[in-house]
Design a protein around this ligand. Sequence first.
Ligand code: NAD
Length: 300
Amino acid sequence: MKIAFIGLGNMGSGMALNLQRAGHEVVGFDLSEAARQLHAERGIRIADSAQNAAQGAAAIITMLPASQHVEGLLLGHDRQAGLLEHLNAGALLIDSSTIAAATARRVAAAAAAKGIHFLDAPVSGGTAGAAAGTLTFMVGGSSATLERALPLLEAMGKNIFHAGDVGAGQTAKICNNMLLGTLMIGTSEALALGIANGLDPKVLSEIMRRSSGGNWALEVYNPVPGVQENSAATRDYTGGFGTDLMLKDLGLALESAIAARASTPLGALARSLYAAHSLAGHGTQDFSSIIQLLQENAGQ
Ligand code: NAD
């Protein structure tokens, strides 16, 4: 199947390569020249625009930073027509970016008006999961469209959940990321306390991982450099999940909490802490660098 893949960043990179490995004909596009060049070197056919990548594609997958990028690309901006205008009726459009559920529903309605089948299918599993093809997909849309998309999603992920109608995948994703954002802060706080009291972070991490404080951050995403060989922390907080992306997700969680009159005190506090960390100049670093904020606060 010919697939257009738009957005070859930290996540899109591994996802596009896995689709190609599964035997699909992938044509990629990214606004960044560096990303285009890197993926041409990795053997992905690169188009000179999103429109050219999507030409004649049976499926189009987008993996972009935020709502405004997805909306701008697909629906258009500044009186410029969006990509939807150029897609054939019957095409399958899958957005795997984490964006507002309301934006997903707007895009789905515009797609439906053109006979295009849309799914919101945000993911969890990080860049390691994207590279290994073990992502979790949280899908919103019709069962029939999901059925059609399944072979593509299975080439990129291991767990595929149907969360409900369009937008439900995004709602599930921000609930998960609100939990992850608070979990990373809690884990960092505990590690910073131990380090401040003279404990070896490797020893403390292993104790907590195997005790009642065990969690995903301690398993695969330790925030202290050097504790885990392949963590973003050990790579100087590069190449993972940016602080500004976590900040965006916590903003989406807060907006949906306001809309539903839900109480999310820890999510709101976590958003404030990531905002302070971003303002201090760490927005493009991996979100696990939040431990630095807590260590600075501890006077270290
Ligand atoms: P990224 O910033 O590394 O990649 C996004 C890419 O989109 C960039 O290369 C950028 O140049 C490109 N882009 C932006 N606008 C474009 C446009 N109009 N046309 C073509 N390309 C465009 O971000 P990422 O870490 O890959 O994350 C992508 C999405 O996945 C985000 O919504 C993020 O919240 C979500 N996500 C990230 C992770 C993670 O661990 N990094 C995990 C799960 C979900």
